[in-house]
Write a protein that binds this ligand. Structure first.
Ligand code: 13P
Ligand code: SF4
Length: 327
């Protein structure tokens, strides 16, 4: 007898002709919500109930009342949703959707680093595993990292794992003693400072918008540095008609939709021959996998309860502090 199609061999799946309609029907049947990050492909963003940056997605996940959260983003984001909302089933279209930052900072190595630095308090970027969050004092996202760092006072703090974001935060928050874990994002680190300088010569009228995970050589040339939400909002509201954008190109979809007259130029990468400005982890999620995920309610994201409770504390603290920040 021929093998029945399963989620493990999706190549044999037969998909409905109108995948978007089938996903919408399944979403209703399962009483599910789809949360999506701006780095997802446009079709997924359009099907989502909520699209946001890491901070907004964490805030949204906390308040979901549906039975199922389908998280179209990377694993640490889905894990954060589960930590904040343990009574909901959380599924992700592709379990392999990881992040170079989370992968480059294992909890045991971070613990050794903390011990080497006399137990200094830890501010961890949300792009980390639940195990890392569980040994952190406070979590931040790119949208609130400067404020979170300032909230920890003048003491030397460890910032993990993004070294570029850390350097930018240390400068903005005036914390020269920050102890920095040397991780990086493979997407943002590949933008070329030299290529950007050349592009700016060809487009002197353009405004440059960059994500703080970019290298200092790129950030030094940026007119505006912010999270993905900040970049999208600025691109829409900026008086500039031409924008050079140094982040994953999933953000173009929302900008095109709300400001179709703007000329958007992707900041050049070091290797012009690849699509390196698309996150290879984020882009593992596809409409087909989203359909299967809703149909089969797997793969499911789970977090052991002791880790969840330990990780919840610094995330909740971030959300409380963030709620007090001026909008
Ligand atoms: P945001 O905080 O802007 O959502 O960034 C998430 C991310 O993974 C950037 O690479
Ligand atoms: Fe991680 Fe970079 Fe991908 Fe964001 S863009 S999920 S930081 S690898």
């Amino acid at each position: 007898m021929a093998d029945l199609p399963t989620l493990d061999n999706p190549a044999q799946e037969i998909f409905p002709r109108d995948l978007e309609a089938a996903i919408t029907d399944l979403k209703r049947e399962r009483n599910a919500v789809i949360l999506a990050h701006y780095y997802q492909e446009s079709e997924i963003q359009d099907l989502a109930d909520f699209v946001g940056d890491s901070l907004a997605l964490a805030q949204a996940a906390k308040n979901v009342e549906a039975d199922v959260i389908v998280f179209c983003g990377v694993h640490f984001m889905a894990e954060t949703a589960k930590i904040l909302n343990p009574d909901r089933k959380v599924v992700i279209p592709d379990m392999a959707a990881s992040c170079s930052l989370a992968e480059g900072c294992p909890a045991d190595e971070l613990q050794a680093f903390i011990d080497e630095h006399d137990g200094a308090p830890v501010l961890s970027y949300i792009n980390t595993t639940a195990d890392v969050k569980a040994i952190s004092d406070l979590i931040c996202t790119s949208a609130n990292a400067v404020a979170m760092a300032k909230s920890m006072g003048d003491q030397p703090i460890i910032f993990a794992p993004d070294r570029h974001l850390a350097r930018w935060v240390a400068e903005k928050a005036d914390l020269p003693n920050m102890i920095i874990w040397q991780g990086s994002c493979i997407v943002h680190e590949q933008f070329s400072a030299k290529g950007l300088a050349q592009l700016k010569v060809r487009h002197p009228e353009a405004e440059v918008l960059a994500h703080p995970e970019c290298d200092n050589g790129v950030l030094a040339q940026a007119d505006f540095i912010a999270s993905t939400t900040g970049i999208i909002t600025r691109a829409i509201e900026s008086p500039a008609k031409t924008l050079i954008i140094a982040t994953e190109d999933g953000v173009f979809h929302q900008i095109h939709a709300k400001a179709p007259d703007k000329e958007l130029i992707q900041a050049p990468g070091m290797d012009e021959s690849c699509a390196c400005n698309q996150c290879p982890y984020m882009r593992l999620n596809t409409l087909e996998k989203l359909y299967l995920c809703l149909r089969d309610l797997k793969p499911e994201v789970t977090v052991p309860e002791d880790i969840r409770l330990a990780a919840l504390r610094p995330i909740e603290r971030m959300l409380e502090l963030s709620a007090q920040l001026p909008k």
